[in-house]
Design a binder for this molecule. Structure first.
Ligand code: GMT
Length: 376
């Protein structure tokens, strides 16, 4: 059954925007009609698809409003698109504000459009602690037709914090394997001044405090004293100043490369030997999947959904939050043993193929939509 599906995400936020956009593209490739409803064109929507439409939410800032009414503008646009395009399903990413906007839009449009909400973590972990928003998140979840979360850990956390009267299904994230695969980018090593004897560690994030990038630098500092290595720091965000200060204090300027925000990450993963994601909150950790698809073993913290992505002792290692010594020890073990590294690299690649393949995950979402819209 070919469906008309609306998708709303924060187009620039990070993993959630990437997943929503990739899902829209893959659904369009399967013949569904996709309507993105968001404040700007979702990034990575970088080629023409005849069956993907984009409806921009315009937020006017009249002087009478102290705050521009983004949520209301979004709900109005959603209602307009639901009605005009006769949407079957509206799939929103984030409970607030997007699920709440979708519920309002459905009432305005007065149709039987089905609302699917995917939780990505940030709204639950951050806002779930704010009692004034707790009931609103609960409302958004309970009034959605189906709610999914990107890991079992996030399902449990949502149940604990929000206690909605609603089942939440785990649907894991995925990546486009056509993009994330090992490519020949070895010239980058020379261009970045990485010698043949050096290993490459990589960290990719939005440098928010929860990502604990300082732990990455401390762990790398110990590691490189035992194995010659360089650290690629990719991304930018609020912690950047503190992190660059730390790199200077530890005398690591020659060994740490600040690459800022980058596209074509597969080229960077393809020259990397290890990815480090040492977050204190992480409902999934999409960058781990991207790196694994390029054959890069991982070290992550025992936090949120990370242990559902990294198989400890097989595709990487799971370490305690802030346990810098153990993290460095595991990094040294992986970087100094070529045979072990090869095993982990292959297992990481295989894990993406077996558990996180885009066709498997897209089919799960299609089945959710299909069950909702097919006549009982
Ligand atoms: O991690 C962020 O700061 C961005 C955030 C987002 O909304 O994109 O990421 C969340 O969603 C991603 C996609 O599902 C997950 O891979 C991230 O783990 C999750 N971030 C957190 O839970 C902190």
């Amino acid at each position: 059954m070919k469906l008309k599906i609306g998708i709303t995400c924060y187009p620039t936020v990070g993993g959630s925007g990437v997943v929503a956009t990739e899902l829209g593209k893959l659904l369009a490739e399967k013949g569904h009609e996709i309507h993105f409803i968001s404040s700007s064109l979702p990034f990575r929507l970088n080629k023409m698809y005849h069956n993907i439409y984009y409806h921009q939410v315009e937020v006017n800032s009249y002087s009478v409003f102290q705050y521009p009414p983004y949520d209301l503008a979004l709900a109005s646009k959603m209602a307009e698109v639901i009605k005009r395009e006769k949407l079957d399903v509206l799939h929103v990413h984030y409970a607030i504000p997007h699920a709440v906007c979708a519920i309002l839009a459905k009432q305005m449009a007065d149709t039987d459009v089905k609302i699917v909400t995917t939780l990505h973590g940030t709204d639950i972990t951050v806002l779930g602690y704010d009692p004034s928003l707790n009931d609103l998140i609960k409302f958004g979840i309970e009034k959605s037709d189906v709610v999914t979360a990107v890991s079992d850990a996030l399902v449990s956390q949502t149940m604990e914090l929000i206690a909605p009267d609603k089942d939440i299904l785990t649907v894991y994230n995925f990546i486009d394997e056509r993009i994330y695969q090992k490519t020949d980018s070895h010239q980058l090593r020379r261009q970045y001044g990485i010698s043949d004897s050096e290993k490459v560690c990589i960290h990719v994030s939005n440098f928010r405090a929860v990502k604990r990038v300082k732990d990455v630098v401390h762990a790398f500092d110990i590691t490189r004293k035992r194995v010659p290595a360089k650290l690629l720091l990719v991304g930018d965000g609020p912690e950047m100043t503190i992190v660059s200060k730390l790199v200077k204090e530890l005398g690591l300027e020659e060994h740490v490369l600040f690459l800022g925000k980058q596209d074509n990450l597969e080229e960077l993963y393809s020259i990397s030997d290890l990815i480090l994601l040492l977050s204190e909150k992480e409902s999934f950790g999409l960058v781990l999947l991207e790196a694994m698809a390029c054959g890069v073993p991982c070290i992550g913290t025992n936090v949120g959904g990370i242990p559902e992505v990294i198989e400890d002792g097989k595709t990487g290692y799971i370490c305690g939050l802030g346990d810098i010594e153990t993290i460095a020890e595991k990094a040294v073990a992986l970087l100094s043993d070529a045979e072990l590294h090869k095993q982990f690299s292959e297992a990481a690649y295989q894990k993406v193929q077996s558990d996180f393949r885009s066709d498997i995950i897209t089919a799960k979402y299609e089945s959710i939509y299909g069950k909702l819209v097919s006549p009982k």
